[in-house]
Write a protein that binds this ligand. Sequence first.
Ligand code: AMP
Length: 396
Amino acid sequence: MNKKTIRDIDVKDKKVLVRVDLNVPFDQITGDISDETRIRAILPTVNYLLENNAKIILCSHIGRPKGQVVDSMRLTPVAKRLSGLLKRPVTATTDCIGPDVVAATGNMVSGDIVLLENLRFHAEEEANDPDFAKALAALADVYVSDAFGTAHRAHASTAGVTKYIPSVAGFLIEKEISMLHNALDEPKRPLTAIVGGAKVSDKITLIDKMLEQVDNLLVGGGMVSTFLRALGHDTGASLVEPDKIDLARRLMDKAKANNTNLVLPSDLVVADKFDREANAATCQSDKIPADSMVMDIGPKSVSAYSDIITKSKTILWNGPMGVFEWDNFANGTTSIAKLLASLDAITIMGGGSTSEVVDSMGLADKMTHVSTGGGASLKLLEGSVLPGLAALMDKD
Ligand code: AMP
């Protein structure tokens, strides 16, 4: 990574504003934090700053409050949990800018930690408003970007703030970037990408880019039906993106031209309706019954994909193979997850639903890297510039 990190600057006795991603999920019934992965992910940076006697001001968003104060999206419970993990006080403020925040951060001593209230309670955050960014920057001497999950957004706390104080990357950003780049720049081959998820339109750029880099590209998820239509097959009642059929055809042509092994499932699990309780049946991919829709890849496809995956040295996975949230249609996704966890290969999971799957199965520790950012890892793999990264100081 050609960006400066916290190792490249002096943080001793400095006030350091750290943009982190503490957008944790809450249990709908108990209201407790249901997954603290994102809190644990910021610990290396926070601990480094503590060891180096900095004054730490953390800021984050939770959810989409759209510029309003929403009590269920306050960061107070996160401050409590973080305090428990660090075994030291974390002071939560009631806002992220304004006189109370200036007072709370004014007399900090080295080792103090303040967590500012949800940035998105102010519409100016997502609007990348310069005055709001300036007010955030005025709280600190140095800015550290460690929120990989929002690095693909040009917001006040990810990009705007960098105009006013020296800005460097934290350890989570550094790790995410180097893991994803290493996997693609000089990969151990065979390199296989597994791309699934709901729609072709969400993954076109990724597939297009991957076709230039990978040896195998295995397709799953809802987008399978659009590819099958491009091959001239009937897809029954499946959701198809009609305006993307031509594109799917072009992607298959590109794969042929590049000598990339683009693989579609040979069999599928289908259902008569899009419902958790829908009856599951298996069929050949070119024989989908008229009243059925694609819900998962079938057992023969799992087996064929597994053969290719087992022979690969690097595997990138973005998007589930089926509607994994429902047991009847989870087999493709869970089988691939279990296989990847058992391999002695480089296994990189994109964020979002792919991370959700491996986290919920307790397999995250068995993978080489599980990204904390769905949109950001997708953008990075697509080869796009992340505004929150581009804005940081370059290495000399
Ligand atoms: P993405 O965020 O693009 O990775 O998509 C994840 C979503 O794709 C999950 O919520 C899955 O339920 C959904 N998905 C996967 N396969 C299918 C399918 N065959 N039909 C509809 N949705 C699907």
